[in-house]
Design a protein around this ligand. Structure first.
Ligand code: HEM
Length: 143
């Protein structure tokens, strides 16, 4: 990612931080509206889940300029997601819900370049997660 895009994501995320709890509520509401079938993958009580998601996002955003620092953690996250029953297709649904949430939270600040920078961020993180999950499956099959 270019430094300019990293900055767009980091600056816009600063505006989400103060409304993180509301943003997390919105995100899951939107997710389960567009994809009710994924609700059963999550525990009934989402309160811990919401905190963990925002923490992970904050870590990813803070390290965008040095992704190598978070690669092992993101790979491990991807392997755990395969265990939760998350499929490649689900990543597209979550991308849609996340971008929608950012649009609600940022309003006019969600400009086309900001949207593009977030899309690239999500695609990068989810690519690493999916790849790590797929590699884990291949290794299991070979054992
Ligand atoms: C960039 C993409 C994503 C990020 C950063 C992310 C982040 C997280 C984090 C931090 C957790 C807490 C548990 C852990 O660390 O293992 C978690 C759990 C979970 N995520 Fe994600 N996630 C992403 C994509 C997805 C997608 C696409 C789905 C599919 C619907 C999903 C469904 C779940 C489920 C079902 C749990 C486990 C709930 C539980 O049993 O406690 N996540 N995610």
């Amino acid at each position: 990612m270019t430094p300019a895009k990293v900055q767009l994501v980091q600056e816009s995320f600063k505006k989400i931080v103060p409304i993180a709890a509301a943003a997390a509520d919105l995100f899951y509401e939107r997710l389960f509206t567009i994809a009710p079938e994924v609700r059963s993958l999550f525990p009934q009580d989402l309160s811990q889940q919401k905190k963990k998601l925002m923490q992970m996002l904050a870590t990813a955003v803070a390290n965008l300029h040095q992704v190598q620092n978070i690669l092992p953690a993101v790979e491990a996250l991807g392997r755990r997601h395969a265990g939760y029953g998350v499929t490649d297709k689900d990543y597209e649904i979550v991308r849609e819900a996340l971008l929608w949430t950012l649009e609600q939270g940022l309003g006019n600040d969600f400009t086309p370049p900001v949207k593009e920078a977030w899309t690239e961020t999500y695609l990068t993180v989810s690519w690493v997660m999916k790849n790590a999950a797929a590699t884990a499956v291949v290794m299991e099959a070979a054992e």
